[in-house]
Design a protein around this ligand. Structure first.
Ligand SMILES: Cc1cc2nc3c(=O)[nH]c(=O)nc-3n(C[C@H](O)[C@H](O)[C@H](O)COP(=O)(O)O)c2cc1C
Length: 201
């Protein structure tokens, strides 16, 4: 399914919340209000995870050798202006491309070893990675280790940005990777690394 690029609102660079405040108040959230998320909020969270911030494609999160193994998806249920479905973030364009019209949140919850509360988050971000991008330079298992570290960096960026926006999130990594691979229709070589739920408390 090849769809048009959906340009996201430009990321805000001067929010009022300090990093310290966000660090102090960040807490895992597993119950969400039914509020629909603004598109700008989703865009801001995607940018916090993997947005491009400098020439050469450098991003908000560090990357070993600037090889950028991570890919980022949004499973959308209730976001203003976005029909439900699965979307692939395009960092360079700060845009989304819809890869499926099926809202996969319920399936994601089932694949996350029955963590069904997950489906009630208005949106769930999915971090995946292509280890070959780093392994060609660093080999294995070093490349795998680096990719997992990058997942942590991106996940923490999302958690802090969510807190700063008055939202909650939780990183979910207990899942059946093979099942997730099928739900997301990942190409061989791309592996699921983390789910991050997003929503208002
Ligand atoms: C690698 C990793 C995997 C996690 N997987 C899950 C998960 O599958 N389900 C879940 O509800 N929480 C998961 N968590 C969240 C932890 O349960 C949570 O961070 C911990 O209870 C501490 O609470 P806090 O995040 O509010 O400080 C995970 C956290 C990490 C770092």
């Amino acid at each position: 399914m090849t769809t048009a690029l959906i340009t996201l609102p430009e990321a805000v660079l001067d929010g009022r919340t300090s990093v310290e405040w966000a660090l102090y108040h960040r807490r895992s959230l597993r119950e969400f209000s039914a509020d629909t998320l603004p598109l700008a909020t989703l865009g801001q969270l995607l940018w916090a995870a993997q947005g491009v911030t400098a020439l050469g494609g450098y991003r908000t999160a560090p990357s070993a050798g600037a090889l950028f193994p991570l890919e980022l998806y949004a499973a959308v249920g209730q976001v203003h202006g976005l029909p439900p479905g699965l979307y692939h973030y395009q960092p360079r364009e700060h845009a989304l491309r819809r890869t499926s019209a099926h809202d996969p949140r319920r399936d994601l919850g089932a694949a996350a070893l029955g963590q069904t509360w997950l489906q009630h988050a208005p949106a769930v971000l999915v971090l995946t990675g292509v280890v070959e991008r780093v392994a060609t330079k660093y080999g294995l298992p070093q490349g795998q280790r680096f990719m997992c570290m990058e997942t942590g960096h991106a996940a923490q960026n999302i958690a802090l940005q969510a807190t700063a926006l008055g939202l909650g999130s939780v990183v979910v990594a207990a899942f059946d990777a093979e099942r997730l691979r099928q739900i997301l229709k990942l190409t061989p070589g791309e592996e699921p690394l983390a789910l991050l739920t997003l929503g208002k408390p």
